[in-house]
Design a binder for this molecule. Sequence first.
Ligand code: ZN
Length: 174
Amino acid sequence: MSGPAAVHRLEDPFAFARASGTHSGQAAIAAMPRLQDRLAGNAGYVSFVVRGGQDQRQRPLLELEIAGNLTLRCDRCLAPLGFPLQLHSAVLLAHVGEVPPDDDDPESPEWIEAGQELDLLELVEDEIVLSLPLSVRHDQGKCGDGAGMSRADGQDKPFSRLAALLNPQQTNTD
Ligand SMILES: [Zn+2]
């Protein structure tokens, strides 16, 4: 069993990649310090799956899938905004101090340095932080508390009537 409180660490990430290992678990959103200033609430968990493997050039690789629901803050009205997270990414493993300075392949996944063990919760947090858009907002007109409410209804679809006048017959005149 690996519940939310379990330790998620790979004892030897390179062996894990060679053996095509799989490790899944849950990570508490509240336990990700670098995520907190983007959040309007930090209850709950994200679930993740890490799979070991190799890329086409036989380099050790970890594939990650992360899913969950974050509560970000809307940039327009500052109210909470539900943000479904559905991430799929991959990272290449390099021994500490051996990350190639300039990978010639632009398609190549990012490199991470891994020592004798790898903290998966840190990796999951990294991937989430990197994936978040710089700014999120409710859909146009959907801002709730405060700002967005003042000019609500009244002028929805101002052109719908005009369009009807210009095209009285939308039916097919075959
Ligand atoms: Zn908003």
